[in-house]
Write a protein that binds this ligand. Structure first.
Ligand code: MG
Length: 382
């Protein structure tokens, strides 16, 4: 059996000098002995996959409300798996720490509440006087505090480098408030953010088309789509007659194109900024992982299209708006009658000095779509 030190040394010898290395980790909040045959980021990944919030991703909305709209669209769990695979491929190509990237990607959406971004907006609104609600900071609360699986500590006691993934949009002041350094995040964290964009930009087009919410003709005005479609049809003219296979072929090629651009541009920036170590990454105020300017602009065009035609389409909005209102109703019902909260949540108000709104928000945001639906029916009499 290879020991952890041996495994980490073997894997990390092949990494780029600017990658995160397990042996340099800033450690866990509660010190622990590391396991004999797993690297520390492998252990973080395992803890994430075994936690309750991870399993609930299966029943949380990505774009379509999952319980109501059928079985063949993305959920947060399948989205998370797609992000993870794109991120691992890119990490290996750049010589970054693939185990860390895997842990970061698997955790990146843990803090999402039910009903996707509309659910997040609803909770943010009802929590506005209490510090608001955001899926990234909620993810950190989940892994630091809310998961209860270990006797020795609350949460999952993940490594600093894995927890750091939840701070990517916080800025220096926000990072400091959560106990992180004011310096830049690792390349691994930057990479997962962009893998997330590649995954949702492309699969949201596919789900939009397959559901009939998007019309392929409207995508003709979006350069990324029309250019990629032309390439596909040049190679496979027969796909003019097979829309499903045509869409899938374009989406697959788009993922490849965006990932290839991300790798090339990141390599260019690393050279331009003369990045030769992790300390250089931390000291560099510019984002080092990113798309080249033409692709960034083309991607922004695609995202504007998706916002206008898909996320705000009546098919999508009618369900999400309904559930937005109901989540607020449910949250307010717990404020009015705290006894309705489960005892182990209520207890945290006294024992851990949490406020009632924060505990109610933790509880509601932890719900899956279908559990929120059922609970709203019971509590609000729907
Ligand atoms: Mg995501």
């Amino acid at each position: 059996m290879r020991k952890r030190e041996e495994l980490e040394a073997h894997l990390e010898a092949a990494l780029a000098p600017c990658a995160v290395r397990g042996r340099d980790s800033r450690g866990r909040r509660v010190p622990e002995d590391e396991p004999p045959y797993r690297g520390r980021f492998q252990r973080d990944r395992d803890r994430i996959v075994h936690c309750t919030a991870f399993r609930r991703l299966e029943y949380k909305t990505q774009v379509f409300v999952s319980v109501m709209e059928g079985d063949h669209f993305r959920t947060r769990l399948t989205h998370t798996m797609e992000v993870t695979q794109i991120a691992r491929t890119a990490a290996r190509a750049l010589g970054l720490n693939e185990d860390l990237v895997e842990a970061l990607a698997l955790a990146h959406d843990l803090g999402h509440g039910p009903f996707g971004h509309s659910g997040e907006d609803a909770l943010d609104e009802v929590m506005k006087d209490q510090g608001g609600f955001n899926h990234n900071t909620q993810g950190l609360r989940i892994v630091d505090l809310l998961e209860r699986r270990y006797a020795a500590f609350p949460g999952l006691n993940l490594s600093y480098e894995t927890r750091e993934g939840f701070t990517k949009n916080l800025g220096p002041a926000g990072r400091a408030r959560h106990g992180f350094g004011a310096e830049s995040v690792s390349l691994e964290v930057q990479l997962v953010g962009h893998a997330d964009e590649i995954a949702y930009d492309t699969h949201d087009i596919e789900d939009g088309l397959v559901s009939g919410t998007l019309d392929e003709r409207d995508l003709g005005g979006v350069a990324l789509w029309s250019e990629t479609l032309a390439e596909v049809l040049r190679e496979h003219p027969e796909l003019k007659a097979d829309h499903r296979l045509r869409w899938r072929s374009v989406v697959r090629r788009l993922i490849r194109r965006l990932t290839g651009d991300l790798l090339a541009e990141t390599e260019r920036r690393l050279a331009e900024q003369r990045i030769g170590s992790l300390s250089d990454v931390r000291a560099c105020a510019k984002e080092l992982v990113g798309f080249g300017e033409p692709t960034r602009r083309a991607k922004a065009e695609l995202e504007r299209f998706l916002h206008a035609r898909f996320y705000n389409h009546p098919n999508v909005r009618s369900e999400t708006a309904k559930w937005q209102a109901r989540l607020k109703e449910l949250f307010n019902a717990y404020l009015a009658e705290p006894a309705r909260l489960p005892a182990d949540h209520r207890r945290r108000i006294d024992a851990e000095g949490e406020t009632l709104p924060r505990v109610a928000c933790d509880y509601v945001s932890g719900m899956t779509d279908r559990f929120a639906e059922q609970t709203w029916g019971e509590v609000c009499g729907g």
